[in-house]
Write a protein that binds this ligand. Structure first.
Ligand code: AMP
Ligand code: FE
Ligand code: FE
Ligand code: ZN
Length: 289
């Protein structure tokens, strides 16, 4: 483990996206924003890819920022979509895991093709070429939203999600996501620490149901939950902190920064600066393997 520069600052942020998934910042820009925000440690947790992290490694090293390899996976628990974070602290992901990521990227491409067809049924003409141009190797729904705004189908990205792209909206198409339990197992086998992302988004934040899900996933290897997040109100932080303590789970936290795709979310300090992630979180996580 490399030493990192505690003088940079004492904030940490363990959830962020670059333009290799659905953020808008390059890895270099993200490192610069992290330094401006006086972060001591940053995890890049792009959806389904390590490309942004890999590109940021030499830049962060030069600039004295501690960078943690992370990933965010879209998984399924019965009919519910559940996001899962994975942190690789002190371990490189196995070749088997990286090859599985390739399969997940293929399910995303397949979803995108079906999403284009479904949008067309509703009179929204976007092409694969247009949406792919918005991202790099990976195309997500925020890229669709951008193209839809630019072509005048909707006034803003929020409307694109509300009317067409959200799970509850008319053009939503399912992706063939892996099971949550399988994904937890894959992360563990690969040397990663699985953390349940933004639990408030699961089961409309029904605490009893989410807590039961967490309990059910512990035998599969779930080892952490994301207690601090831009979407979490003070009562959610309190609740999920208690849940983590009750189950003996580690705690993670981050802003879920996506750059201009979610302009009100600030790196390090979250939605309207509602976040402070205790430094202890990182120390505990490093001891959680
Ligand atoms: P995808 O991975 O392509 O299915 O896209 C999921 C991403 O879309 C999430 O990580 C968010 O960045 C974004 N997203 C999902 N739902 C919404 C929403 N209702 N409003 C804005 N952004 C959303
Ligand atoms: Fe995203
Ligand atoms: Fe997420
Ligand atoms: Zn995220």
């Amino acid at each position: 483990m490399e030493e990192w520069n505690r003088e940079v600052g004492d904030l940490i942020d363990l959830h962020s996206h670059t333009y290799y998934s659905d953020g808008t910042s390059s890895p270099q820009e993200l490192v610069e924003i992290a330094l401006e925000a006086r972060l001591e440690a940053l995890s890049i947790t792009d959806h389904d890819t390590f490309e942004g992290f890999d590109a940021a490694v030499p830049i962060a090293r030069d600039r004295g920022l501690k960078l943690i390899r992370g990933i965010e996976l879209s998984t399924r628990y019965h009919t519910t979509s559940v996001h899962l974070l994975g942190y690789f602290i002190g371990y490189e992901p196995s070749a088997e895991f990286v090859s599985w990521l390739g399969e997940l990227q293929e399910t995303r491409r397949d979803r995108n093709r079906r999403l284009i067809a479904k949008l067309r049924e509703y009179g929204v003409a976007v092409t694969l070429e247009e949406v792919e141009k918005k991202g790099r190797s990976l195309t997500g729904r925020p890229h669709f939203a951008r193209v839809m705004v630019e072509k005048g189908y909707v006034p803003d990205m929020e409307a694109a999600f509300r009317e067409y792209l959200d799970e509850s909206a008319r053009a939503y198409v399912e992706r063939h996501d892996p099971q949550l339990s399988e994904s937890i197992g894959r992360l563990r086998q690969a040397g990663g620490i699985p953390s349940l992302a933004h639990p408030v988004r699961i089961f409309r934040n029904d605490y009893a149901k989410v807590d039961a899900l967490i309990g059910e996933m512990i035998p599969h290897g779930l080892s952490a939950i994301e207690v601090y997040h831009s979407d979490h109100k003070a009562r959610d932080v309190k609740h999920y902190l208690e849940t983590a303590n009750r189950y003996g789970l580690a705690i993670t936290g981050g802003s879920d920064f996506h750059g201009a795709n979610k302009p009100r979310i600030h790196l390090g300090t979250g939605y309207g600066h509602n976040l402070t992630i205790p430094h202890q979180v990182l120390d505990d996580l490093m001891g959680a393997q």
